[in-house]
Design a binder for this molecule. Structure first.
Ligand code: BGC
Length: 763
């Protein structure tokens, strides 16, 4: 170990800035490994700890407020000079000019004040587009991207986030969420791509590639950060950051695959789950952070804690008696960067732990190597500063058109009695509900601000559903009924109600835009999944009119609508479709766009019975009083709408499912093919979903599992034959240790209502 490494643990050794590129770590022609090792050998312990620290923007701005993206230079200088801080995060939506001015000063201070000139890395919550940049393109939230079943939209979300923020000195994007939507109460349901591990992996990996493999931002580069490793989405109570109980087998089978796929495709960083699994907070779990993530999953990138999660070991989980023990537990479990983020306790405690010999410098080196490698890979040593000469890329028409495409493909038509939609040449449309004239409700949390911006912070040109419908139907009288008005009438005497309802009879369509306001994390906890009763009452009241009623659900999780669903003629799950969302919904209502979204989750019917589509057979075994017998229901879950449901204005017919063999050999494949024909009158897109089911398994098997998704476009009368290759590897599942188990039994392959069978013979 070179002696420079051990040259004291205190701060501020004399400034010995290497002066020329002859210092190996500054020499770009050397390999990254050589540069990292050279730099590491020059660093003191406290400088290493500084690289492991991430502080919030409020510690270096003028007011201590998140929305203040201004620099207090003396504060920033002191933090870097004395504590060698390696990373900062966050802020809220401000203009590109403001961001440039801030990061330009911060990155300069970062280098000037650091003895070795190590550049800073800046992290930010751009969750669905560069959502903390004013005027940027804000895509639909991930739950909508999941509904498109089209990874191109996740790729474009990542690509355009990078295009609109990499120049601004935003190096590290805390996205995408790769948790699976396991519990519909969970307030971060909408940040996922849905409930299926394969779908989350498919979309998440595309998003990561869009961010990380984007030559258009050159020389700037960004790292994606998939989160929240692992099991965060499955809290028993459904409330944020509450305990999950997950056997390792379930972790391997359901929670690991989406992260594994992203890791196998070059994911650079991972953020951790703030909650506990099986009684152990993930931030202190060697089993999850080292045995699973490093040893089994092969992750070599940087692991960052979530917000103050080292502190939470002391004052939220109560597993550490004080902050220093919390630092010890989390560092020894395997964290690299601590999002402290509001104080320097991590630094002082970790320094003491090294001085006391409880944590070795070698342990710090493991983390610091990864952090420095990330900084070298992102080119920060050569290109540490932002630039301001390509702002015309931000929020330009081409980028917004991509967000509109994504929004259009994400809208799911769930019910369409008597083909009330599309609405052709209407004379009168009535628009109701709490989201009819709201912009913020269309975007959800993490847009402009953590809990979503204020209504007046959204762009003036952004449509509400009401204004989008007016634009979509220029020849019609489109009337917005405020909620107060509707509620007042619903509460008035019977005559007044009748008069109002019969006046509505003359409308061609009543649109009720209901659902939720923006939220995330603890703020979004609920104790009742039902749609707020006032909304249900309004829907039932409006359904007394003879005019057709369309319910438009603008929400981040499936609020129960069982009663209202019967009253509505059409139901549209619009999710959180983003800035272009209202236009997309209006396009679906008018039929300008043929709907092609499919539900990426199971929409529950009853308050106390949610099952994902990939539940176990025994979960549907019950006593049926009418038949006076026990029943095992077929494979469909008891949901109101199933995973993969979604109607079109055309009709797709699946035929001719063929399997190339009835037996799958251990070194072979079975090829399945199916023909899809558009038998309707208009062009449409169809997501073709291939499922397999294993008939008998020593670890109980899901009733079916999505193995492939492919989206195609067919003109009227056109057919296409698609193929699905089935290998033993595709059918195996993990045991408790994550080792592959292959059952020698019968299997069913299903696609579009057709099914075929084959076997893996006993051998
Ligand atoms: C959230 C993360 C987010 C981080 C930084 C945390 O509270 O759980 O998803 O990236 O804050 O804002």
């Amino acid at each position: 170990m070179p002696s420079a490494k051990n040259s004291g643990t205190t701060s501020s050794p004399k400034k010995q800035r290497p002066e020329s590129a002859s210092v190996p770590f500054q020499n770009p022609s050397l390999s990254i490994n050589e540069r990292v090792e050279d730099l590491l050998s020059r660093m003191t312990v406290y400088e290493k700890i500084g690289q492991m620290t991430q502080l919030d923007i409020t510690l270096v701005n003028n007011t201590g407020k998140q929305d203040d993206v201004s620099i207090d230079a003396p504060k920033a200088r002191k933090l870097i000079r004395e504590h060698h801080i390696g990373s900062f995060l966050n802020g809220e939506a401000v203009t590109p000019e403001t961001w440039f001015s801030f990061t330009n000063q911060l990155s300069k201070i970062g280098i000037e004040e650091h003895r070795l000139g190590i550049p800073l890395i800046f992290g930010i919550d751009h969750i669905h587009g560069a959502t903390y940049v004013t005027g940027a393109t804000y895509f639909p939230q991930s739950i909508n991207l999941g509904a498109t079943f089209n990874p191109e939209h996740a790729f474009q979300t990542g690509r355009i986030t990078a295009l609109e923020s990499a120049d601004l000195g935003h190096h590290w994007i805390f996205s995408p969420v790769l948790d699976i939507a396991a519990n519909p109460l969970w307030p971060r349901f909408y940040e996922t791509y849905g409930e299926d591990p394969y779908l989350c992996g498919l979309m998440g990996t595309a998003h990561v590639k869009g961010i990380q493999e984007n030559d258009e931002t050159s020389p700037a580069k960004q790292a994606a950060c998939s989160k929240h490793f692992l099991g965060y989405s499955d809290p028993h109570s459904g409330r944020d950051r509450t305990p999950a109980r997950l056997p390792m087998q379930q972790i391997h089978e359901f929670h690991r695959p989406s992260f594994q796929k992203a890791i196998d495709n070059g994911l650079k960083t991972v953020m951790l789950n703030s909650g506990e699994i099986n009684g152990v907070p993930v931030h202190a779990s060697y089993e999850i952070l080292t045995t699973l993530l490093r040893d089994q999953m092969g992750f070599e990138g940087v692991v960052v804690t979530d917000w103050d999660d080292v502190g939470k070991l002391e004052d939220f989980h109560f597993t550490a008696e004080n902050y220093k023990e919390a630092v010890y537990d989390s560092v020894m479990a395997g964290i690299d960067v601590c999002m402290t983020p509001l104080h320097l306790k991590f630094n002082t405690c970790l320094k003491e732990l090294v001085e006391e010999g409880r944590i070795t410098e070698e342990r710090l080196d493991f983390s610091v190597r990864r952090i420095l490698r990330l900084k070298f890979e992102l080119g920060l040593f050569e290109n540490p500063h932002p630039r301001n000469d390509r702002f015309d890329r931000i929020g330009n028409a081409g980028n917004k058109a991509k967000a509109l495409d994504a929004a259009r493909e994400s809208i799911v038509l769930l019910k369409n009695e008597h083909n009330v939609l599309p609405l052709e040449k209407p004379a009168k449309i009535g628009v109701f509900g709490p989201s009819a004239s709201s912009r913020r409700n269309l975007c959800g949390g993490w847009t402009i601000k953590w809990q979503g911006g204020k209504e007046d912070q959204y762009p003036d040109i952004m449509h509400t559903l009401f204004s989008a419908l007016k634009k979509e139907f220029p020849g019609a009288h489109v009337k917005h009924f405020t909620q107060e008005e509707t509620q007042l009438i619903a509460a008035s005497d019977e005559d007044r109600q009748k008069e109002f309802i019969s006046a509505l009879d003359s409308y061609d369509l009543l649109v009720y835009a209901g659902g939720e306001e923006p939220y995330t994390e603890f703020v979004g906890n609920i104790t009742d999944l039902r749609l707020p009763h006032q909304q249900t009452d309004e829907i039932l009241f409006l359904s007394r009119s003879k005019a057709p009623l369309s319910l438009v659900l603008i929400e981040g999780r499936p609020r129960l609508i069982t009663e209202a669903s019967e009253a509505a003629d059409a139901i549209i799950f619009a999710g959180l479709p983003g800035v272009e969302g209202a236009e997309a919904i209006a396009n679906i209502i008018s039929g300008r766009v043929n709907p092609s979204g499919k539900l990426p989750f199971s929409y529950p019917k009853n308050p106390n019975h949610f099952l994902p589509y990939n539940h176990k057979k025994s979960q549907l075994y019950y006593f049926d009083p009418e038949q006076a017998n026990y029943i095992m229901q077929n494979d469909e879950s008891p949901s109101l709408f199933q995973f993969g449901d979604g109607l079109s204005y055309t009709r797709f017919v699946y035929s001719n499912l063929k399997l190339s063999a009835s037996e799958l050999k251990l070194d072979g494949q079975v090829s399945a093919s199916v023909t899809i024909t558009n038998e309707g009158k208009r062009e449409g897109m169809e997501s073709v979903l291939w499922f397999t089911s294993c008939h008998f398994g020593k670890i109980t098997r899901p009733v079916k599992e999505l193995k492939k998704a492919e989206k195609i476009t067919l003109k009227p009368g056109e057919s296409q034959t698609l193929h699905f290759e089935i290998s033993p590897e595709l059918l195996s599942y993990p045991n408790d240790n994550g080792e592959a188990v292959l059952e020698r039994t019968g299997y069913t392959v299903r696609v579009g209502g057709l099914s075929g069978e084959f076997r893996i013979p006993k051998g």
